[in-house]
Every structure is written in C-alpha cells, then in structure tokens.
Design a protein. Structure first.
Length: 364
C-alpha cells in the first residue's frame, strides 16, 4: 500500500495537465483544451453585457430560464468549452484510479498499475542483514558477504475482476506486487538477488463520497477497501518467510492532499508451518499514509506501527518528480527513505535505515 497515491498521480489519474494545452498550435483548440481542464464556462462575446451586470428583474416576476450557452465563434461543436451549469464535477484522484463513479467505469480485466513501479540502482543500507533468522527457522549457517549497496526493483499491477459486486458501484480487484533487492554491485558473490517478495492481493472497493456528506475542513471519505493479502519470499529453510493478512482501509482526500488509514489482522496458521510467528510484533497491525499531490512533484509519508503499543514498525518517505516537466506520466525521478523493520520479509525482525535513488518507470 505504501506509495499508492504517488503511483496514481504519476499514472495520469489527475487528468490532462495545462502544459499539454499550451502545445496545441490551433488557437481555438488550445482555448477549448484550457476550458476543459479548468472546467470553465463560456465567456461572453465582445460587446455583450455580462449576465451579472444586466438589469434586475422586477419584483414578483417569475425567474427566467437560464439562457443557453453562447457558442464561441469559429470553434467547431466538438471543441466548444463545457457549460458550467452542465459540466460534471471534476473527478478526484481516487475516483479515476479506482473507478468509483459510473462515469469512470472501464469494465473488467483491463490491466493497470498499482503501487509505484521503479528501479533504484543506488539503494544503500545502514545495516544490511547478513545473517537472517526467525524463531522457528533458526539463523543461516554462514554469514553471507552482502554489500550495503544494491539495486531495489518493484513491479506492481492490478485488474478489476468483478464490477458492481454486492453493492452499487463496488468492485473487486486483483493485484500482484513483486519487490526485489539485487546485489548487482557484488561481483564477488556473483551478484545474487538477496530477497524477492511476492504479494498477490484481493481488494474489494466500496465508494463512499456519494453516500456521505463532506467531513470538517473540506475532507471527503472517498472509499473503503476490504482485502486479503498473501506475502512470501519463495525461499526455503532458514530463509523462508510468509504470512497471510486481512485488512480494512479508508481513503480520504482534500484537494491535493490524500490520507489513507489501514488496519491489518493476521490470519492464523499451523504453528509447525509458521516461518515467522513473531512477525506482527515488528511489522505492526496499523498503517497511515499521508500524501501531497499538488504539483509536478509528489510526496508521500507512511508510518507503520503496532497498536495499541505504538512500538517498532517503520516509516517511509517517497518523493517523485518528472524527468521531463511536460510529461508527468512518463519517467520520474524517485527517491525513497526508509527507517525501521521489514523493508523486506527477510528483514522483518532486522532494523535498518536505507536510501534509494532511481527512476519510476511506467504508470498506466
């Protein structure tokens, strides 16, 4: 879940940027593009008195019907700006990303990105885990000469598998995320992959804002998610790690700000097969993600902890900025700061600080 609002914003969920309008050579097309972006109504023609300055109607007279919008001269019908009285409200980040309204529905089995997809060629750890272990699997018999500098790669995709399920406009999604730490710069050890985590996930999304009034301060409760998440690293013996969780989350926004709260519950499993019985003590059961998406750059701060104690856990800061300012949905610089437990499953009980620098790749 960490970094999701950044992925949605980078993927163009915020719509056409004004810079794209500026590149249109035709004056009428450029004007219509600006009007569509900013949802502007038609402007009065030269010499026509604005409606606000017209003489008031006599007292007791019936309210006249709103006049039809005057067409802009020389602009074809399909390029005319939206009438403010008829224009639908601009879709929010969450509306577009999760198709929360009927107007945003795109059907099932269209593949989209989920969490950020990135490559961080320079990922530096303050304390790389050279001897992973757990209470039930013991510790690796020999320390491995891992280097503190490695490559971090994440690929994350999702697709909607059912639309309008159980509740109006509620959808069921499937997502898959793979995250790897690659010792590319460690030629002595033949550049192994130190860790690869696999995360399949089912997500049931229920839109909320059309049923609930605005919250204090202009905040809106956009959606509730209920999910099942499996996480494992596909290794064996002392390096094997896995667990299953359910969760419920709530997402809120207010202009360029987004806030997501999530509570987890670990699903029980046979003690003999439990690779990491104490994992929740370190990774926690609660998560808070706050994001700012108001400009070319995006910033997200995530905090994970165990309630009610508030101990251990981790925090992570993600920052992105487009490599080319006029292409915000293209390549983006990506910087990630992490501090705490569980940057990977293998490191669930190992505390470290890390800094990664690289590129966010594709978002759609």
């Amino acid at each position: 879940m960490w970094g999701l609002p950044l992925a949605l914003a980078a993927g163009g969920a915020l719509g056409t940027p004004p810079s794209q309008c500026a590149r249109l050579p035709d004056d009428a097309a450029r004007l219509a593009c600006y009007d569509a972006v900013f949802r502007l109504g038609p402007q009065p023609a030269p010499g026509v008195m604005p409606a606000a300055a017209a003489a008031p109607a006599p007292v007791g007279a019936s309210e006249p019907a709103a006049p039809a919008a005057a067409a802009l001269p020389g602009v074809p019908p399909e390029r005319q700006p939206l009438d403010l009285a008829e224009a639908p409200p601009a879709a929010t980040l969450f509306d577009k990303a999760w198709e929360l309204t009927p107007a945003e529905k795109r059907g099932t089995f269209a593949v989209k990105t989920y969490l950020p997809n990135f490559v961080l060629p320079m990922h530096v750890s303050s304390r790389v885990n050279r001897a992973p272990g757990s209470p039930t699997r013991g510790t690796t018999p020999a320390r491995i000469d891992y280097k503190p500098v490695e490559v971090k790669v994440q690929v994350s995709l999702r697709t909607k598998v059912a639309e309008g399920l159980l509740l109006p406009d509620a959808d069921l999604w499937f997502a898959y995320t793979q995250r790897s730490l690659w010792q590319l710069w460690n030629g002595r050890e033949s550049a192994p992959f130190r860790s690869t985590d696999h995360e399949p996930e089912m997500i049931y999304v229920v839109p909320m804002s059309q049923y609930l009034p605005a919250l204090p301060g202009g905040w809106r409760w956009r959606m509730t998610q209920v999910g099942l998440l499996h996480q494992s690293n596909g290794q064996s013996d002392a390096l094997s790690r896995s667990w299953n969780r359910s969760y419920v989350s709530a997402a809120f926004d207010n202009g360029p700000y987004a806030l997501t709260l999530r509570m987890y519950r670990r699903l029980k499993e046979d003690a003999r097969n439990d690779d990491n019985p104490d994992i929740q003590r370190y990774l926690g059961n609660a998560e808070l993600v706050a994001s700012w998406l108001g400009g070319p750059s995006t910033v997200s701060l995530a905090w994970r902890t165990r309630l009610p104690e508030g101990r251990r856990g981790a925090w992570q800061l993600d920052w992105t900025h487009p490599v080319h300012r006029d292409k915000p949905a293209g390549l983006r610089w990506y910087v990630q700061l992490f501090s705490g437990y569980g940057e990977t499953l293998l490191d669930y009980n190992h505390r470290q600080d890390s800094l990664g620098v690289g590129l966010s790749l594709f978002q759609f």
